[in-house]
Design a protein around this ligand. Structure first.
Ligand code: G4P
Length: 290
């Protein structure tokens, strides 16, 4: 379910997260490793202020590992510790409690020096819809408890989920809105499946996908679909459409008269891209000057 975000929803979502911030020691900010920029809330720094934070690049199984390393360095360089995980299988998820301890080490030491027994650290997971919040909570909890709480405004009693002895998670994640103003962000989120197709036209999404793939991962397109003629000019719409048609032809998406069924071809391209069938793909690189 994709939320239709309206200003009222955004204000409410922000307020709900800010209320929860009082209860926790650290925020776990979940991003999609394939589109770390587009899956990031535009007001996140303003919302979280100086609350300690661990950034997690989720769905790292689908992302280009070299780009993921660059993103980890980028966030690290901006003072935000960051790790990449795959919540669907649990790869590297077990590093999260240790990283939280590291980030909050000073606080723990302070408690100890005052003679207090450090209590379990409390964390809130936040992120845009579909980034994998529920999957990660379930993975950390080791059982199936988190709801996909995609409806802004739904409040429930606060419950804590124990993750080992030293960490507790709020059972409901904080849901954030993405950066809608930028059309490219919308298309990138649609390409990765975070925004459902009903909102944008499927052929338009596939067009953007093919254009980005031609630019960054032509080899993957060539190998997966058996096509062999890259467009000479990326700015020429007809050439991108021609690549889509080539893919459609290879996959037998033909209508009467031999014309390529572009809608069908678009469905195939997006399904296979999202499922990782084209290999590990990242659509955004960090801007070293940002
Ligand atoms: P949310 O709470 O943030 O809204 O996201 P949720 O956990 O519901 O995850 C959204 C989709 O992303 C789910 O797929 C989930 O399985 C998938 N997912 C989450 N983390 C990872 C990951 O690290 N790697 C991969 N490859 N996928 C991940 P779905 O198709 O919507 O549901 P389902 O097929 O799992 O039932």
């Amino acid at each position: 379910m994709t939320i239709q975000w309206f200003p009222g929803h955004m204000t409410r979502a922000r307020r709900q997260i800010q209320e929860k911030l009082k209860l926790i020691d650290i925020v776990i900010e979940l991003l999609d490793a394939r589109v770390p920029m587009s899956s990031r809330n535009p007001m996140i720094d303003e919302i979280l202020l100086d609350k300690p934070r661990l950034i997690i690049l989720n769905k790292a199984d689908l992302a280009d590992p070299r780009a993921t390393d660059r993103w980890i360095s980028f966030f690290g360089g901006h003072g935000h510790p960051c790790i990449a995980v795959d919540s669907s299988t649990g790869t590297r998820v077990d590093e999260i409690p240790g990283r939280v301890q590291e980030i909050l080490k000073e606080k723990i030491d302070r408690m100890r020096s005052k003679g207090m027994n450090p209590r379990a650290l409390r964390a809130l997971i936040v992120g845009i819809p579909n980034v994998g919040k529920s999957t990660l909570i379930n993975r950390l909890a080791g059982r199936n408890i988190a709801e996909t709480g995609d409806r802004p405004g739904v409040t429930k009693g606060q419950q804590w989920i124990k993750v080992g002895k030293e960490l507790e998670l709020l059972d409901t994640p904080g849901i954030l809105w993405p950066k809608f103003e930028d059309e490219l962000v919308g298309y990138r989120l649609a390409m990765t499946g975070a925004i459902r197709e009903q909102i944008l036209n499927i052929e338009d999404i596939a067009y953007f996908a093919v254009r980005e793939l031609v630019e960054r991962y032509w080899d993957a397109l060539e190998e997966r679909f058996g096509i062999d003629e890259p467009p000479a000019d990326l700015e020429n719409n007809q050439e991108i459409v021609r690549v889509m048609e080539d893919i459609g032809r290879k996959r037998g998406c033909l209508m009467s008269g031999g014309r390529v069924d572009l809608e069908k071809a678009s469905g195939i391209i997006l399904r296979e891209l999202r499922a990782g069938k084209l290999g590990k793909i990242t659509l955004e690189e960090p801007d070293p000057y940002a």
